[in-house]
Design a protein around this ligand. Structure first.
Ligand code: FEO
Length: 392
């Protein structure tokens, strides 16, 4: 892809990765991703904002062929999917300096062996004039690492946000034209990268209120030329109340747990509680993470494997605990044949979540009348809790 003009003197550079299916060897990205860099050319100086993942160096090199000089490489974030090509760009432009904050500088030295003398460090709120183009640096920690920051191009009112507001989505659209698709991808991204840091993100959102933003240019996924789309979504995801929703990840081996899950979904629906059901044998775990952004309750369904939860359930529960959703209630439904510790084990794995644990329902073998009655009681308890909180 050739450079794409956004405004006079401002261009998109980078690489659309249509084929990547796993990020950080962890996060499924079924729709690929992009590594966006931006070139800002003032009357006197030129700045490259971020670079790209090392696998995309060839694309960046080709795009920079006609750029005679880069004075500054602004590093918003030290993670290699944005910083990985910095050494290569520094080699090409011998006098270029990496502009970043002191925390990012330390990480970039550790991760990429960039020499100390190639850095200029800036403070929160400091500006850098390129001649008719002024970048203001805004520290925004924990979007996604502690050193992350944004740049605000004052004359064009563009916020360059790096991971903040990003989405893993490969598309030829420069802008977020298919808003529903972009918002869904951004929500998965938020759930797995940003959600654990909601308090810090709320502070960053508050900080951005001082900027008159006409465009948000993240380093993954399309640019928002209607920034309110993603700003209002983040506001809801970060600090909005949870919804009248149960997220139910489960695995079944011999149908006992599946019968319980199906009965329970029906029982919740009869009581006006929405359910998102995820069969862990067949899902993209990112979809479960995104559903947890809104859920008030998580109920985990598992059979017993050698007295323990099924390994796929262990992974899903570990992830749910790590990303710290807003859930307020939790429970467990499942089955066993000769013995089980699934309740103790799953309860212990949810220690990050400040939840009220509702009475689990565990069936010996196929569920029987008493088990179905217990599932009705659990559905009653969930519906009552959601009603008390007036969740919609
Ligand atoms: Fe897209 Fe945290 O790197």
């Amino acid at each position: 892809m050739k450079p794409r003009k956004i405004k006079e003197g401002v261009s998109w550079l980078g690489y659309i990765d249509w084929d990547r299916r796993l990020f950080d060897s962890l996060m499924p990205i079924p729709d690929g991703t992009s590594y966006n860099a931006y070139l800002v050319q003032g009357k006197e100086k030129t700045a490259l904002l971020d670079t790209a993942d090392p696998i995309a160096i060839h694309a960046l090199q080709a795009q920079l062929e006609t750029v005679p000089n880069v004075d500054f490489i602004v590093a918003h974030h030290a993670e290699q999917d944005h910083s990985g090509a910095i050494p290569d760009v520094l080699k090409k432009y011998k006098n270029a300096k990496v502009v970043t904050n002191p925390n990012a500088k330390r990480l970039l030295i550790d991760l990429l062996n960039i020499p100390d003398e190639r850095f200029i460090t800036i403070e929160d709120g400091e500006t850098l004039s390129l001649g008719g183009k002024t970048l203001k640096f805004i520290y925004t920690p924990w979007v996604h690492w502690p050193e992350t920051m944004c740049s605000y191009l004052q004359e064009d009112k563009i916020l360059f946000s790096c991971d903040f507001f990003g989405s893993h989505l490969a598309t030829s659209d420069l802008y977020a034209t298919n808003e529903a698709q972009v918002q869904e991808a951004a929500k998965v991204y938020f759930s797995m990268i940003m959600m654990p840091f909601r308090v810090a993100i709320q502070k960053n959102l508050d900080k951005l209120k001082d900027c008159d933003i006409s465009m948000i240019a993240p380093s993954h996924g399309p640019i928002y030329n209607r920034p309110d789309l993603i700003l209002s979504a983040y506001k809801d995801w970060v600090s909005g109340p949870p919804k009248n929703l149960v997220v139910l990840p489960y695995v079944s081996m011999h149908d006992s747990t599946r019968k319980m899950v199906e009965y329970f979904v029906s029982a919740l629906s009869e009581r006006g509680v929405r359910v998102e059901l995820f069969n862990l044998a067949a899902i993209d775990i990112g979809k479960m993470a995104a559903a947890l952004v809104d859920a008030a309750t998580i109920v985990v369904g598992t059979p017993t494997v050698m007295a323990n939860p099924h390994p796929s359930v262990v992974y899903a529960v570990y992830l749910a605990n790590a990303i710290k959703p807003k859930v307020k209630f939790a429970s467990i439904i499942g089955s066993y044949s000769w013995g089980t510790k699934i309740v103790e084990q799953i309860s212990g794995m949810l220690s990050n979540l400040k939840v009220e644990m509702l009475t689990p329902v565990i069936s010996k073998g196929l569920p029987k009348e008493a088990d179905f009655k217990a599932l009705d009681n659990l559905a009653d308890a969930v519906a009552a809790r959601h009603k008390e909180l007036d969740l919609t």
